[in-house]
Design a protein around this ligand. Structure first.
Ligand SMILES: Nc1nc2c(ncn2[C@@H]2O[C@H](COP(=O)(O)OP(=O)(O)OP(=O)(O)O)[C@@H](O)[C@H]2O)c(=O)[nH]1
Ligand SMILES: [Mg+2]
Length: 475
C-alpha cells in the first residue's frame, strides 16, 4: 500500500537529514519533493497546494529552525499535517443511547456496500457487543439478497429480507419493525447500487433515509477510482448528508490519492477502510496511524491489535508463563511460530514495525515465509520426547530430523542454537520480571531474536508428511 509515496517521501526527508540548521533553500527543495510525491500519488492538486503552504508556514517557524535536529522536526510537522488532512481523530458510528441504532449503506455499484455491511456488522457484534440485524434492501440485483444472506450466515448475524417482490422502502421499514419486536439494538441497511449517480437511485435512498432517519449514512467508495472519489462523495453528500465514508479496496490502491484528498475536499470523515475481500479485512480508520504508515514510521498500535486478535490468547498466555519460568521447550517455540504464521507473512508484519519498513521491502518475502515453514517442519519432525528435551538431540537424531523436514543438519544445528539463545533470553526476562530490572538483559540474544534466527533453507523442498506421522510412535 502506497509504497512509492512512502519511498519518495522518505527520500525527501533524507535529503535534509543531518543538515544541521536548515536554510530556506534546503526547505524549499524538500517541500518540492513532497509536493511532487503527493501529485504523483494522485492527490488533488488544491489539497496539495494547501498542504504544502501549511507545512511551509509551520516549518519556517523558529520552533523548527532552532531545534536541535531540524529535519526531525520537519518530519513531525509533515506528520501532524498529514493527520490533520486525514481527519485528526477517528470517527465512530453514532450509537443511540437508547433504542435502535440504524446505519444505512449507500454507494455506486460494486464499490463494496454489501461486503462492508457484513464486515461492519461483524465488527460491531464482536468488538462492541451489539445485537445486529442486517436488512437486505437491494431488491434491484437479483443475487444481492442471497449474497447478504451468505455473508450473514458466515458471521452469525440474522438477515431480514422480503424477497425482490417487495420494494426497498417497505423492506427497510419492516426490517426496523422486526428489529424492534425482536430485541435488536442495531440495524444495517444494505441498499442497491447504480453504475452512475442517477435520480432514481437518489430518490429511493432519500425515501429510505426519510423513513428510518438513520443515525449514520455510510458511503462506500472504491479507493482504486482515485480522485473520482471526490465527485462521487460530493454528489451523494449533497443529497443524503453522508456521515461517514468507507474506503474500500485499499489493498489494491497503490497510490493513495483518494484517501488523502477525500476528507479535505468533502469534509466527510473516513470511518472504515476495506483491505481485502475477507470479513476480517476491515479496519477502523485512525488518521494518525494512517499518516505514520504513509510516512513509513510503521504502525505499532495496529500491529499490537492484530497480534492480540489473531493469537490464540490462552495458548499464548500459558506458553508465556512457561517461558518466563524457564520451562521453554521446542513445543513452546512451535506454538510461537504458529502464532506468527497466523498473523500473516513476516514481511507484512515487519512493515508495521517502526524502522523495519525499508528492510521489509528489500526482503524476499517468500524466503522468509519459507524459513518459518521449514523451522516448523523441523520441530514437527522431532519426536514429542525430543521436543520436550532438546538436549537429547545429537548427531543421529539431527540427521533424521533433517531428512524428515527436507533440510540439512546445519539447519537443525542453527535451529537448536537459536532455541538455546531464546531459552536463555526467556530465563533472563523471567528474572527481569521478578526483580523489575532491564540491567541483566543479554542484548546479543535479544538482537538475535529480533533478527529471527533459525534455518537458512534450501528452496523447493517440502517437509515429508509420511515421515512426521511415523514419529509419533518413536520416543
Ligand atoms: N480487494 C478487495 N475487494 C473488495 C473489498 N470490498 C469489497 N470487495 C469486492 O468487491 C466486489 C463487490 O463488492 P460488493 O460488496 O458486492 O459491492 P456492492 O457495492 O454491494 O455491489 P452492488 O450491490 O452490485 O452495488 C466483491 O467481489 C467484493 O469481494 C476490499 O476492501 N478489497
Ligand atoms: Mg451489494
Amino acid at each position: 500500500m502506497f509504497d512509492s509515496l512512502t519511498n519518495r517521501l522518505n527520500k525527501a526527508f533524507k535529503n535534509i537529514a543531518g543538515k544541521g540548521k536548515l536554510s530556506e533553500k534546503n526547505m524549499d527543495e524538500m517541500l518540492k519533493e513532497v509536493r511532487m510525491s503527493l501529485l504523483e500519488a494522485d492527490v488533488n492538486y488544491r489539497v496539495v497546494k494547501d498542504f504544502i503552504a501549511n507545512i511551509k508556514e509551520k516549518a519556517m517557524g523558529t520552533e523548527v529552525l532552532d531545534a536541535l535536529d531540524p529535519s526531525q522536526m520537519v518530519v513531525k510537522v509533515v506528520r501532524d499535517e498529514l493527520v490533520a488532512l486525514l481527519g485528526e481523530s477517528e470517527t465512530s458510528i453514532h450509537f443511540k443511547e437508547e433504542g435502535i441504532t440504524t446505519v444505512m449503506m449507500v454507494g455506486l455499484q460494486g464499490t463494496g456496500k454489501t461486503t462492508a455491511s457484513a464486515k461492519i456488522a461483524n465488527l460491531l457484534k464482536k468488538k462492541k457487543d451489539r445485537n445486529v440485524l442486517l436488512a437486505a434492501c437491494d431488491v434491484v440485483r437479483p443475487a444481492a439478497i442471497e449474497q447478504l444472506q451468505t455473508l450473514g450466515q458466515q458471521i452469525g448475524v440474522e438477515v431480514y429480507s422480503e424477497g425482490v417482490e417487495v420494494d426497498a422502502l417497505t423492506t427497510a421499514k419492516n426490517a426496523y419493525q422486526y428489529a424492534n419486536d425482536n430485541g435488536f439494538d442495531t440495524v444495517l441497511f444494505d441498499t442497491a447500487g447504480r453504475l452512475h449517480i442517477d435520480d432514481e437511485l437518489m430518490q429511493e435512498l432519500e425515501n429510505i433515509s426519510k423513513a428510518i432517519k438513520p443515525d449514520d449514512i455510510l458511503l462506500t467508495v472504491d479507493a482504486m477510482t482515485g480522485q473520482d472519489i471526490i465527485n462521487v462523495a460530493q454528489s451523494f453528500h449533497e443529497r443524503l448528508n453522508v456521515s461517514g465514508l468507507v474506503l474500500t479496496k485499499l489493498d489494491g490502491d497503490a497510490r493513495g490519492g483518494g484517501i488523502l484528498s477525500v476528507r479535505a475536499v468533502t469534509n466527510v470523515p473516513v470511518m472504515f477502510v476495506g483491505l481485502g475481500e475477507k470479513i476480517e479485512d476491515l479496519d477502523i480508520f485512525y488518521p494518525d496511524r494512517m499518516a505514520e504508515r504513509i510516512l513509513g514510521m510503521g504502525d505499532l498500535m495496529t500491529l499490537i491489535e492484530q497480534a492480540e486478535e489473531k493469537m490464540d490468547k490462552e495458548a499464548a498466555e500459558k506458553s508465556a508463563e512457561r517461558m518466563m519460568s524457564g520451562k521453554f521447550d521446542l513445543n513452546d517455540m512451535l506454538i510461537q511460530l504458529e502464532q506468527v504464521s497466523k498473523m500473516g507473512s513476516i514481511s507484512k508484519i515487519m512493515k508495521l514495525i517502526p524502522g523495519m519498513n525499508q528492510m521489509a521491502s528489500n526482503m524476499d518475502e517468500l524466503k522468509t515465509d519459507n524459513k518459518l515453514k521449514y523451522t516448523k517442519a523441523m520441530i514437527q519432525s522431532m519426536t514429542p520426547y525430543e521436543r520436550e528435551n532438546p538436549d537429547v538431540i545429537r548427531s543421529g537424531r539431527k540427521r533424521r530430523i533433517a531428512r524428515g523436514s527436507g533440510t540439512q543438519v546445519g539447519d537443525v544445528n542453527r535451529l537448536i542454537s537459536q532455541f538455546e539463545k531464546t531459552r536463555q533470553m526467556m530465563k533472563q526476562m523471567g528474572k527481569m520480571q521478578q526483580n523489575g530490572s532491564m540491567a541483566n538483559m543479554d542484548m546479543d540474544a535479544l538482537a538475535n531474536m529480533q533478527q529471527g534466527g533459525g534455518a537458512t533453507l534450501p528452496q523447493g523442498m517440502a517437509p515429508r508428511k509420511k515421515f512426521v506421522s511415523k514419529l509419533k510412535k518413536r520416543r
